[in-house]
Write a protein that binds this ligand. Sequence first.
Ligand code: AMP
Ligand code: FE
Ligand code: FE
Ligand code: ZN
Length: 281
Amino acid sequence: MRIDLHAHSNVSDGTETPAAVMAAAAAAGLDVIALTDHDSTDGWAEASRAALEVGVALVPGMEISCRTEHGISVHLLSYLHDPTHAGLLDEITKAKDARLTRAERMVTLLAEDYPLNWDDVIHHVAPGATMGRPHIADALVAAGVVADRTEAFTSILTSHSRYFVQHYAPEPALAVELVRAAGGVPVFAHPVASSRGRVVGEHTYREMIDAGLAGLEIDHRDNSDDGREFLRGLAARHGLLVTGSSDYHGAGKPNRLGENLTAPDVFARIEELGTGTAVIR
Ligand code: AMP
Ligand code: FE
Ligand code: FE
Ligand code: ZN
């Protein structure tokens, strides 16, 4: 069984529709794919129909933007939660709304130095999609400022950049608690992706584990080698599940579907633990 538990569609910052992601998953020879758009479950319905058509099993999921009290960004994957759970819905709606005003502020700053306006950015965002820096990157590519998203993220759009603005995001332990309350399975996404910015320390892991963290996404291209060793020790000590995944974003990133996989027994455990919604197959 080939199982990839992290992929994005144009419901957030992927470049393909949810149906196209399901088709790409089948074409990549995957048996199981999770759709994990940032702060949104709006792609689940379309993805469910397409998954049944192309014969791939769909794990409905989401990637929640969080931030620690020390300002460190944390991404939390949620699998099989109830998408109507009020507490969780309230937090992701706050984050999603804040992303919009945050993008407006970033574009205002960028427009002082680059040929860019709000319409140029909105042009790259599907209606209702979760707005992110990748959409600003797309506008910078179209304006000829950078060659691709990757170049934008290593120069103008890093978290250290003078154009960077934060947005509201819940604390990781609160998000873990809410995912559990919604019957979902919370997995810490790419915990040691040091190229993206600062990574969290022991204290944050402890808080997330105490709140009910179920797993760690260890096999992910952005995790450092040293960090993976640390994570494997942590998983063993605390009985956490270990997952692997691509973090596919269509043409928006070099990540290919199936480049990292999750073991069948881990997937079976996630399916057992997730009570908020069912795997579509
Ligand atoms: P934001 O959540 O709006 O701050 O933007 C972060 C998002 O940008 C992440 O979800 C990544 O998917 C994406 N991202 C980060 N680094 C890169 C990169 N080098 N190339 C393309 N996309 C990236
Ligand atoms: Fe993303
Ligand atoms: Fe992420
Ligand atoms: Zn992701």
